[in-house]
Design a protein around this ligand. Structure first.
Ligand code: C5P
Length: 400
């Protein structure tokens, strides 16, 4: 990559600080980086930091005698193989979409004959605004490509899409443009994963339901960890109040029947991980009207068995994922019950946890056993996000 050059335009958003890491990653790979820092960008990072990391001078002014004498703005716009805008703010994208050239950044974007990659970053409402979406469509129509934005907590305190893609993801997007092929350094790149999470709810009548206790945290963390390793993840989620992990395709369901249908529709996948606490039974009939209290006392609810989604996925057939993983929440004899489940359900691994341990149900930490046909491993107590990363790494190892 030592012959490649990036012109990095740093816009004015809090995400500008992430550019320093991006410059470092690019330089580490031998890619030359030249930076244009906008007035807004300068409020967040200093020209000195960018110059030190890029090992080049930083360009800021359109009509600067020194800049123009050293390198005219037209020449600057063409001095790289790829122009990257990160963060691409709503304002910068609006100006670029309309062909304005009222500062060095927009002039370079208008004058360049090189491909342009933008990493948008802004508040979620600004991102969702029709004006921004119009501008993005215009820029995409002009041949500009995008990386991100991610969905998640933002510096402004709101939540949703708008957070700039992580430097590593922007770096991968840049490398893909240079090599014209997917970068294979993410171990689950090109792999498909299915994750179920959260509870299911089974209606008794329009206002009452049967459900299980499940926060969905462990399943969502696993979906996020698999996505971070490059997998294409479908997350089938029962009703939980959790944000969708970045890059994950989420399907919301309520009942076990709906969850099963969504899982079958997501096949084929390389791996399926059933973390959901599926209700074992559902009322045989859902009353169309609310059941009223009456002289006969409480109603009898006739229950029928729900389909076992995990066992269905693990059943032999052309669509069986290579690796099918179940979870087991147990209160006693954890390993023995987990091992029995491995055989009964036909899956490859069972990840078991003792739900009598304080903080497992609904909490942030988990202590798990990994039970496979080869043996049992006991993992130390760790945050659910760390357990998820360990599981994702083990899956990556098993699939390669
Ligand atoms: O049988 P038990 O509910 O203990 O099994 C737990 C495992 O089976 C979990 O992985 C859970 O997601 C899955 N399961 C399922 N469908 C059901 C019941 C459990 O996928 N109806």
């Amino acid at each position: 990559m030592s012959d490649k050059r990036v012109l990095l335009i740093v816009g004015g958003g809090i995400a500008a600080y992430k550019c320093l890491e991006l410059v470092r990653l690019l330089r580490k790979s031998g890619i030359a980086v030249r930076c244009i820092l906008t007035k807004g960008g300068e409020a967040f990072v200093t020209p000195l930091s960018l110059a030190a990391l890029s090992e080049d001078r930083v360009y800021q002014e359109l009509f600067s005698l020194t800049d123009e004498a050293e390198m005219g703005h037209i020449q600057l716009s063409r001095s790289a193989d790829l122009v990257v805008v990160a963060p691409a703010t709503a304002d910068l994208m609006a100006r670029a979409a309309n062909g304005l050239a009222n500062d060095l950044a927009t002039t370079a974007l208008l004058a360049t004959d090189k491909p342009v990659l933008m990493a948008p970053a802004m508040n979620v409402r600004m991102w969702n605004h029709p004006a921004t979406q119009r501008n993005i469509a215009t820029l995409a129509g002009d041949g500009i490509s995008f990386v991100g934005p991610d969905e998640g907590a933002m510096a402004c305190g709101e939540f949703g899409p708008g957070r700039m893609a992580e430097p590593a993801a922007i770096f991968v997007a840049i490398m893909e443009r240079f090599t014209q092929e997917p970068v294979l350094d993410l171990p689950l790149k090109g792999r498909r994963a299915l994750v179920t999470a959260g509870p299911t709810v089974e209606p008794i009548d329009p206002v009452r339901l049967i459900t299980n206790r499940s926060s969905g945290k462990q399943g969502f963390a696993i979906a996020q960890a698999l996505s971070a390793l490059g997998a294409e993840v479908t997350l089938v989620a029962g009703p939980v109040a959790l944000p969708t992990p970045p890059g994950v395709h989420r399907i919301d369901v309520e009942t076990a029947i709906q969850m099963q249908a969504a899982c079958q529709a997501a096949l084929p996948t390389d791996v399926a991980i059933c973390v959901a606490a599926v209700a074992d039974w559902r009322p045989a009939e859902e009353g169309a009207l609310k059941i009223k209290k009456g002289p006969d006392g409480p109603p009898a609810i006739n229950l029928i068995e729900n389909p076992d989604i995990l066992a269905g996925l693990a059943a032999q057939g052309p669509n069986r994922p290579k690796l099918v993983i179940g979870f087991a929440a147990e209160t006693n004899d954890v390993e023995a019950h987990a091992r029995a489940k491995l055989t009964k359900k036909g899956c490859d691994w069972v990840i078991a946890n003792d739900v009598t341990q304080p903080g497992v149900m609904g909490g942030e930490a988990n202590t798990v056993l990994l039970v496979t046909h080869e043996g049992t491993e006991r993992w130390d107590k760790a945050p659910k996000s760390d357990v998820a990363k360990l599981i994702a790494n083990r899956i990556a190892k098993a699939l390669t």
